[in-house]
Design a protein around this ligand. Structure first.
Ligand code: NDP
Length: 346
């Protein structure tokens, strides 16, 4: 099969586009998906570059998001059959341990992100991928293959952050970092869906317009505006109810300044660095909440996909590339200029 693989960490030169990899062999409860489109994520960069303290399985095929057609199913699979059009929820767990039964598969000892912690040679940036049968969901008919591939990880992550962890309520003010990126485009649409007021933070005036087009109530250009001054003006000096964080070290201090007393910072990432200061006095005195969030469950993705089917949340695809041009995708992701997601077509 065709796939992009690498057997050591490094720059884009380690990526090899090949057409001679074996098709993955499925086990009893897995399905083989013929991939029509795959979306890129930051994990692809980290897998390629390497992360301290994390061992990757080589040869490595990256890719956590895919949409495609079921090619084959294992003998114990029910409810999914060859020919089904599906999208993959790229967070795998055993489905049997206490944490899985409790509905917390992210705490499963076998939790693994597809194309990041799996392998060898099993991720979505290929012609075929193998995944547990419980990780495929029907593809919404009203979106393209590219759209279906683009929406899984960012929708479920933003949904869990805002709806499940931070308990977003109508009328809440939400500060959304990276509002025209993969996660940010979902956060803006979830806020609009649930009647909350989003304040988009972006890196250019053009992106302010894109954020407004998605439904952001306010947009701040971080390169020329003082974020906390704008936030205090918009919220009449209260601060925001929720900060949607994933940018990390560079933005953390501003996130804490913008947060109201009793407010919540919810974070799932640290694009600009992992270590940030915390003034513990604020935590108790202002009774603020600092929440971590990671991916989401298949059930949460299914909940959120109802609003994709209804047209209230739409995938945002900024760039479609042939799989063979993956190095260009890595460069675009590093530069951060894409509106929404980069999608690869094998
Ligand atoms: P994108 O590349 O699509 O978007 C990232 C955005 O971050 C850019 O649009 C950019 O916006 C903004 N940004 C970059 N540098 C800065 C900076 N110094 N200050 C402020 N904003 C900055 O990435 P995703 O939205 O897909 O993912 C974002 C992060 O979340 C990644 O670190 C990723 O690994 C993590 N993540 C975690 C998940 C989890 O489950 N734990 C799941 C999905 C993602 P602009 O320049 O316009 O301000």
């Amino acid at each position: 099969m065709k796939a992009v693989t690498f057997d050591r960490h490094g720059g884009v030169e380690v990526l090899q586009y090949r057409d001679d990899l074996p098709v993955p062999t499925i086990s009893a409860r897995e399905v083989l998906v013929r991939i029509k489109a795959a979306a890129m994520n930051y994990n692809d960069l980290w897998a390629r570059q390497g992360l301290p303290g994390m061992d990757f399985i080589f040869p490595h095929v990256s890719g956590t998001d895919a949409a495609g057609v079921v090619e084959a199913v294992g003998p114990e699979v029910t409810g999914v059959k060859p020919g089904d059009e599906v999208l993959v929820h790229g967070a795998f767990s055993c489905g049997e341990c206490l944490e899985c039964i409790r509905g917390e598969p992210m705490f499963c000892p076998k939790f693994a992100i597809w194309g990041f912690q799996t392998g060898p040679n099993n991720g979505s940036e290929a012609e075929f991928g193998k995944v547990p049968a419980r990780n495929v969901l029907p593809k919404p008919e009203n979106v393209t293959w590219e759209g279906a591939a683009a929406i899984g990880s960012v929708l479920v992550t933003a949904w869990r952050m805002l709806v499940v962890r931070a308990r977003l309520r109508p009328g809440d003010f939400v500060l959304v970092w990276g509002a025209t990126g993969g996660l940010g485009t979902m956060a803006i649409q979830i806020c609009r869906l649930l009647g909350a007021k989003s304040i988009a933070v972006v890196g250019s005036d053009a992106k302010c317009e894109l954020a407004a087009g998605l439904g952001a109530d306010y947009a701040i250009n971080r390169t020329r505006q003082r974020i906390n001054r704008e936030v205090m003006r918009i919220t009449e000096r209260r601060g925001v109810d929720i900060v949607f964080e994933h940018t990390g070290a560079d933005t953390w201090e501003n996130s804490t300044y913008c947060l109201k007393w009793g407010g919540t910072i919810v974070t799932c990432g640290a694009t600009t660095g992992f270590i940030a200061p915390l003034d513990i006095r604020f935590l108790w005195n202002k009774q603020q909440n600092y929440l971590g969030s990671h991916f989401g469950t298949t059930a949460e993705l299914a909940d959120a996909l109802r609003f994709v089917r209804s047209g209230q949340i739409r995938p945002v695809v900024g760039e479609v590339l042939p799989l063979a041009d993956i190095a260009a995708g890595h460069r675009l992701l590093e530069q951060g200029g894409v509106f929404g997601k980069i999608v690869l077509v094998p």
